[in-house]
Ligand binder design. Sequence first.
Ligand code: COA
Length: 332
Amino acid sequence: MKKSRIVGVGHFVPDQVITNEYLSGIMNTNNEWIVERTGIEERRWFTPGKDTVTSMSLAASNLAIKRAGISAKDIDFIVFATITPDYFVPGNGVLLQRELGIQGVPALDVRNACSGFIYALSVADQFIKTGMYKTVLVVGAEIQSSALDKSDEGRSSAVIFADGAGAAILKAVEENQHGILSTHLHADGDFAEELYLKDPGSSREVRLSPEIVDQPSFKMFMNGNTVFKHAVVRFHEVIQEALAANSLDQSAIDLLVPHQANLRISNYIQQKMGLPDEKVFNNIMKLGNTTAATIPIALSEAWEQGKLKEGDLICLAAFGSGFTWASALLNW
Ligand code: COA
């Protein structure tokens, strides 16, 4: 059986920097509160008319393709994780495929929110392991800022979520080479409404009307407290599951790349696992929580900073809306 290996990573973030000071000017919040509760100092929001999920994912993908030393024509499958596609339908995978000029190549969209990238990575990994595809582009990209409630009511999530895109190229390698060791996926729909965006939903006569646009259901809702409590348990659980599946101890991890949900959540996991600072990658301070894009952006930044060395044991872990949670263990 084949194994899959990440051979190139890339990312793109929009150039509009949104500081905590700026947010304090449009809603009742302040820098101290945001930094203390989330660790976020600034984040990027897209510029309407300039950035799209497609344009950002194209930039991230082109960088990953270049760094992988391949050409777009080598890609034989696209797995695109996003909950904020440019169109309601079709999904964003086909829009990226068109821009890459690789018409005919299959494109699959994954809608698993903050766990989306690891779900997408797992899908790509299974297709590579079975020999169906050899080179897969896995993308996580989001524009969250247009779905945020930027009034006082929405402030607890408006300060957290942000925009950006990341991409990874997976290649089939022999089983004895470095690559993905395992992926672990979970979901619990009992908590679907704890972090969700209800509208425009399809199960009503009219999907969208001026009345619906004015409803809270048209903006992202998050029960921050419940999300926090579940996140800290599930993150830890799914990391331990990945280690146990590979008979490895947590001391073997060279770098933990957690989904950038909230710095307090990452710090909590780090403490619980007794990991030193240099073994946990965080960039939420500058980029906020970009949902499915956080992990590939983090991988790309970590690679640029020389933190991903050949053979290193890397652990990816995520938790988010659904609830869904997931992990992946790989040798870089
Ligand atoms: N600025 C200032 N005050 C704010 C605020 C903001 N942006 N958002 C909420 N508050 C206020 C609340 O209204 C509340 O005021 P009150 O005590 O007068 O009622 C107070 O701060 C505490 O609110 P609470 O929601 O209990 O805060 P918290 O300590 O739970 O922190 C989160 C809120 C969102 C930061 C926290 O719940 C959290 O980190 N949750 C997880 C979020 C997450 O990771 N999401 C991504 C999942 S992928």
